[in-house]
Design a protein around this ligand. Structure first.
Ligand code: GLV
Ligand code: MN
Ligand code: MN
Length: 389
């Protein structure tokens, strides 16, 4: 199945995936999901937020076991982050064949998990659970100024249908998301499959550094109001603060205006992704970074806006420990965000991680050995047998 979708949204130059909410690649993957489900006799339902659900058994019965993940990607993402969980779910059902289950099983493809287009991660699951406000979401704009509402409408979806669906959540008894590991813990432990203990709190923070555009050749160094300088100091401060706090801080996206080589910038907009093992550590990191940015903004200004914040997640302990025993798998924390983290506030939720031989993720280099992918499917089969049969 990964081979079947390998060409969808792949940039020929970088080899990375550009599968963003409601773009052509995302639409092709949505169609692939529908046909993968229908060819297995599963009923597909898409909610008002664009989340797709393929049901095995009655969608009205309740206490369903949900598996699955997402099919969208970060800019130039890898082939496994998201799709591995979706295809492994179909593969697990294939492996189980014609079996009797005492609970409905539903495979999910959550919409817009990476937030690559509109800036907010896990938008589909956050809307489903009511964590993200509908008005805020619909007004989010992509790089071309297209709002989420416009993007939905362009794809024949109704923005008025966006929003929380407590009725759906009430029908799900358990969620288990399989995902490629985005670190090296399983390399070190020597295991093909592990379980998540917790997700670090994390957030996305926009820094707007403003100054004055001017001529690069005629403006004396002392006369400049160059926001790039405060930005550069802030990047170095982020590196220092995160390293000393044992946290993570990344400026991975930047817009410079007007963007001319021979013009001093008037504005630098930079997005910080920050994560830490606890919320107080994360808060302190961001506060200290804002203070550093202000201190560096001598003749310029800086403003920080929190675009999204995901609190710490501790996965359901009985479920996690039961599955760790069942699978004889190690339990590890992660700094990556997931729909499972959002759902875990509402539904007993667990995550399975499949070993990644380099630990590289959010990159075309992301990889998992076929044998480990198969071990992931086997683990999912064991989970389905234990929880639903
Ligand atoms: C999602 O992969 C995230 O952690 O940003
Ligand atoms: Mn990801
Ligand atoms: Mn993911």
């Amino acid at each position: 199945m990964l081979v079947d979708i390998a060409s969808i949204g792949r940039d020929p130059h970088t080899g990375g995936y550009r599968r963003y909410a409601w773009n052509d690649a995302d639409m092709a993957l949505r169609e692939w999901f529908v046909s993968a489900a229908e060819s297995r006799g599963l009923d597909v339902h898409e909610d008002g937020n664009g989340n797709q659900f393929a049901w095995r058994g009655s969608s009205t019965e309740g206490n369903a076991l949900m598996i699955g993940s997402h099919l969208d990607s970060v800019p130039d993402g890898g082939a496994y982050d998201g799709p591995l969980g979706v295809v492994s779910s179909f593969a697990a059902l294939d492996q189980l064949g014609d079996f009797a289950s005492k609970r409905p099983i539903v495979i999910a493809n959550f919409a817009d998990e990476e937030g690559a287009r509109f800036g907010i991660a896990c938008a589909g699951s956050q809307l489903l659970t009511g964590v993200l406000s509908v008005d805020k979401a619909l007004a989010l704009k992509d790089r071309d100024g297209i709002t989420m509402a416009e993007a939905l409408t362009a794809r024949g979806r109704d923005p008025r249908a966006v929003g929380a669906d407590p009725g759906f959540l009430a029908k799900i008894g358990t969620f288990v998301e399989l995902h490629i590991e985005q670190g090296k813990s399983l390399i070190h432990s020597g295991d093909a499959v592990g379980l998540a203990s917790a997700i670090w709190p994390h957030g996305r923070f926009r820094f707007d550094f403003c100054g004055e555009a001017n001529h690069a050749g005629t403006t004396a160094m002392g006369d400049r109001r160059d926001p790039m300088i405060a930005y550069a100091v802030t990047v170095l401060a982020a590196q220092h603060l995160a390293t000393s706090a044992g946290a993570r801080a990344t400026f991975g996206k930047l817009v410079v205006e007007p963007g001319g080589t021979n013009a001093i910038a008037s504005r630098v907009t930079a997005w910080l992704d920050a994560r830490a093992s606890s919320e107080p550590t994360l808060d302190r990191l961001v506060d200290e970074l804002v203070a550093a940015a202000i201190a560096a903004s001598d003749k310029t200004t800086v403003e920080m806006t929190t675009e999204s914040f995901s609190p710490a997640v501790d996965f359901d302990a009985p479920l996690r420990d039961g599955l760790a025993t069942l699978l004889n798998a190690p339990v590890l924390p992660t700094g990556a965000g997931h729909d499972a983290g959002v759902l875990s506030a509402h539904i007993p939720t667990a995550m399975l991680f499949v070993r990644n031989p380099t630990g590289i993720s959010h990159s075309p280099e992301e990889f998992a050995e076929d044998a480990d992918c198969r071990a992931g499917v086997d683990a999912l089969v064991s989970v389905i047998k234990a929880l639903a049969c």
